[in-house]
Ligand binder design. Structure first.
Ligand code: ATR
Length: 485
C-alpha cells in the first residue's frame, strides 16, 4: 500500500492534499501533531470526510513530530480522537498501557507500534519486530541506515521475518531510499509519501505510483538502479522507469546511494539486481568486480553500465557512444577533423578516447596542466594550459567537459576569451542550465550546438538497450525533459 502523510495544519488543507493525491494512494496518515490547536478539536471527524482508511498519529518531537505539550496531554488528545473511525492508530513502542491503547483495542482500531531512529539502526531490529508482532500489533521500524551494509540488514527483514505478515519497515535518509521504493522487497506492508516531506527521503505519492510503480513490484520484478554518491537527484530513473513501462517490462529502476561498491555487489547478489548505471564517484571503483568488459571500458578505465551476464557482471561504457554518436556524420564527411577538449577529468577521458578512436586531432586544455599532459600521453593527443585555450580558435569542434558553468556557478565561463566562429561545433556536457554562459556565446556566434542533456538521454537509451534487449520506445523520447532548477 502507498500511504500519504497529510502534512497540513488545518483540516481543509489536509482535505485538499487528500484530493490531489487520491488516485495514487491506498490509505492516509493523519498527523494531528501538525494540526494547529483550533483544528485538533475536529480531528475525530476526519475519517468520515475521506473514503480511504486513516492512520491516526500524534508524533512527539523526539520522533520527528511537532507535538509540544506534555506526554499526558498528548495521550489524552490521542484518546479523545479515537472516538473517530480510524483504521489504525500509531502508538510509539515505549508507551506502555496507555488509555489510548485500551480504547483502540476496545474499538477494534489496529495499533501500529512505532520506533524511530534518526541516527542509525537498532542492532536488535529483527527481535524488536518479532516481539511487537507477537502481541498482535503491527510493528513499525523507521530507521536510518548509515551504509549499504545497514541497507542489506533491512532487506534481510523479509526473509528473516517471513512469518510476520503485517509490518512496516523503512529506511530514512539517502542510504535508506531504496527501501522506500522497494518496500515490498523489504517485507513492509506500506510505504509513506508526502506532498511536503515530513521525514528524510520521502517523495511525492505521484512519483511513487506513476514513476516508480512501487506497488506493482512482485516476485518476478527485475530490479535495476543507479549507484553513485550523491545519487538521489539523478535523472536516470526518469529515463529508465517510463521506458520499462513503455515496453511492458516488469522492472523497476531505483537510485542507490553507495559508500562501498564491494557492499553494493553483495546487496546486488542478495536481492538479485539485474543491472545498474554507475555514476560519480564509482565509474572506476566498479572495475575490479567486473568479469567482462568492453574495449571502451578497458581503454577509458571507466564503466557506467553494469549488467548481469550468466555468472558474472559485465561492464560497458555508454557515455562513450552517447557522446560520439551525433558527431559521426561530420567526422565521416571531414567537417570535424580537429577538436579542443576543455578539462581533463573523468568525463574528458571518454570524450578524448572517442575522438581519438575516430581519427580526430585533439588538444586538451586544463587548469591543472599535469592532468592534461597525462591524459594526452595516454591518448596520443596534444595538451596545453586552460589559459592558452584561445590559441586553438581554429579547431572544428570544442567540447566543454568541466563543471564550470553548472548551476549554481552559471555565471562562469571556462574559456571567456575564446572567440567562436560560425563554422564550429560546440559541445557542452553541462546540462544544468541548458544554455551555459559559454554555450550562449557560441549560439550568438552562429555555431552548431550540442547539448549535455541530449548526451545524457542518448547514453540512457543505450543503457536501456543493455538492460532490456529492446530499443527505447520512440514515442517516449519527446517526454524526456529535465525539471528546471
Ligand atoms: P568529471 O568526472 O565530471 O570530469 P572530475 O574528474 O573531477 O569530474 O574533473 C573535473 C574537471 O573540471 C577537471 O578538468 C577540473 O580541472 P582540474 O583538473 O584542474 O581540477 C575541471 N574544473 C573543475 N573546476 C574548475 C574550475 N573552477 N576552473 C577550471 N577547471 C575546473
Amino acid at each position: 500500500m502507498i500511504c500519504l502523510v497529510l502534512s497540513g495544519s488545518t483540516i481543509e488543507e489536509n482535505i485538499s492534499q487528500f484530493k490531489r493525491n487520491r488516485e495514487y494512494v491506498d490509505l492516509v496518515e493523519f498527523r494531528i501533531d501538525l494540526l494547529d490547536e483550533s483544528s485538533r478539536g475536529l480531528a475525530s471527524k476526519f475519517p468520515d470526510m475521506v473514503d480511504l482508511p486513516v492512520i491516526l498519529t500524534c508524533r512527539r518531537q523526539s520522533d520527528g513530530g511537532k507535538y509540544v505539550g506534555s506526554e499526558k496531554s498528548r495521550g489524552a488528545l490521542l484518546e479523545s480522537c479515537l472516538d473517530g473511525n480510524f483504521a489504525y492508530v500509531d502508538i510509539e513502542d515505549d508507551i506502555k498501557r496507555s488509555a489510548a491503547e485500551l480504547k483502540a483495542r476496545e474499538r477494534k482500531i489496529r495499533i501500529i507500534r512505532s520506533r524511530h531512529d534518526f541516527t542509525g539502526m537498532p542492532s536488535d531490529i529483527f527481535h524488536r519486530i518479532s516481539k511487537i508482532a507477537a502481541k498482535g500489533d503491527i510493528p513499525k521500524m523507521a530507521v536510518t541506515p548509515q551504509s549499504v551494509l545497514d541497507l542489506i540488514t533491512l532487506f534481510r527483514v523479509k526473509t528473516e521475518l517471513a512469518d510476520v505478515g503485517e509490518k512496516i519497515v523503512l529506511g530514512m535518509g539517502d542510504f535508506g531510499f531504496p527501501s522506500r521504493i522497494l518496500y515490498k522487497r523489504v517485507g513492509s506492508m506500506l510505504t509513506y509519501c508526502a506532498d511536503t516531506p515530513v521525514a528524510p527521503g520521502q517523495i511525492s505519492a505521484q512519483k511513487m505510483k506513476e514513476l516508480y510503480r512501487a506497488d506493482t513490484v512482485d516476485d518476478r520484478t527485475h530490479i535495476f538502479g543507479v549507484i553513485g554518491n550523491p545519487v538521489l537527484h539523478s535523472f536516470s530513473p526518469e529515463i529508465q522507469n517510463p521506458g520499462f513501462k513503455g515496453i511492458n517490462f516488469n522492472a523497476i529502476y531505483v537510485p542507490f546511494h553507495v559508500d562501498s561498491v564491494r557492499s553494493f555487489f553483495i546487496l546486488a547478489e542478495m536481492i538479485k539486481i539485474s543491472g545498474v548505471s554507475v555514476t560519480v564517484p564509482h565509474k572506476q571503483n566498479v572495475l575490479p568486480y567486473l568479469g567482462k568488459i568492453t574495449r571502451e571500458v578497458k581503454q577509458i578505465g571507466s564503466c557506467n553500465t553494469v549488467v548481469r551476464a550468466k555468472n558474472l557482471w559485465m561492464g560497458t561504457n555508454t557515455d562513450y557512444y552517447g557522446f560520439v554518436d551525433p558527431l559521426l556524420v561530420d567526422i565521416d564527411n571531414k567537417t570535424i577533423q580537429s577538436a579542443l577538449v576543455v578539462g581533463a577529468g573523468g568525463a574528458a577521458r571518454s570524450v578524448v578516447w572517442a575522438l581519438r578512436n575516430h581519427g580526430c586531432k585533439v588538444t586538451i586544455v586544463n587548469r591543472n596542466v599535469d592532468r592534461a599532459r597525462s591524459l594526452a600521453l595516454e591518448t596520443m593527443a596534444a595538451f596545453d594550459s586552460l589559459d592558452n585555450a584561445k590559441h586553438y580558435e581554429h579547431v572544428d569542434l570544442i567540447v566543454q567537459t568541466t563543471s564550470v558553468g553548472m548551476i549554481p556557478d552559471s555565471e562562469s565561463d571556462p574559456i571567456p576569451d575564446f572567440n567562436f566562429t560560425k563554422d564550429q561545433t560546440v559541445y557542452e556536457l553541462v546540462y544544468r542550465p541548458k544554455y551555459t554562459k559559454m554555450l550562449d556565446r557560441a549560439r550568438k556566434s552562429g555555431c552548431k550546438l550540442l547539448f549535455g542533456i541530449d548526451m545524457l538521454i542518448r547514453q540512457g537509451k543505450l543503457q536501456f538497450e543493455s538492460f532490456t534487449g529492446y530499443h527505447y520506445p520512440k514515442r517516449l523520447e519527446q517526454t524526456l525533459h529535465l525539471e528546471e532548477d
